[in-house]
Design a protein. Sequence first.
Length: 175
Amino acid sequence: MQFKPEVGLVAGYSPYVIPVEKAVTNRILYNMFFKFIGYEEFRAAIWSSGAIGWNLGWLCTGRSLAYRRKVYDEVDGFEKIKQSISGDDDLFLQLVRKQTKWYIRYVKSSESFVPTLPPADFKAFVEQRKRHFSASKIFSFPMMLFFFFYHFANLLLFFISFSFPVRPDIFIACY
C-alpha cells in the first residue's frame, strides 16, 4: 500500500515485546526498565514518523525498513556509510532523502509493526546504546545536538522515574 510508484523507501514501527517468562522474575524493576525502553522506542517512532511526514526524515528503525533496489543502487548502497558500525539505517535514510528524488513514507498501521525482543538486560541495553551513539560522529552538527538533547531528556526521565517512588516529596513540593 505504501510502495506507490514514486515511493522508494518505507519505514515503520518495531515495538519491543517483553517475553512472559521475563516479566515474572524481578517483576517491579524489570517491568519498569522495559516499560521505559518501550516508551523510548515509541517516542523515537513518533519522531521518525513526524520527520518523514515533513520530508525531513533522519531517523528510522532498520528492523522495519524497506527500500527499492533502484534506490539502493542510486545511492551506491551502504558504500558511503560503511565506516559506521551502527546507524546504517538512519544514515541510509538520510542518503536517500538528500541524494534522490524518491519519496519516503512511514507506515503506521498495526499490521505493519515488526515486534522484536528488547535488550536482555541493563548491560545489553547500555551496549546497544554505545553502538547507537558511535554513529553520531557521522551526523551533522545540528543532528548531533538534537540527539544529545533527545538522549539527555530520556536519561533524565529515566532517573526521575526511579527517584519518584523513593522521594515523592520532591514532586509534591513542586505543586
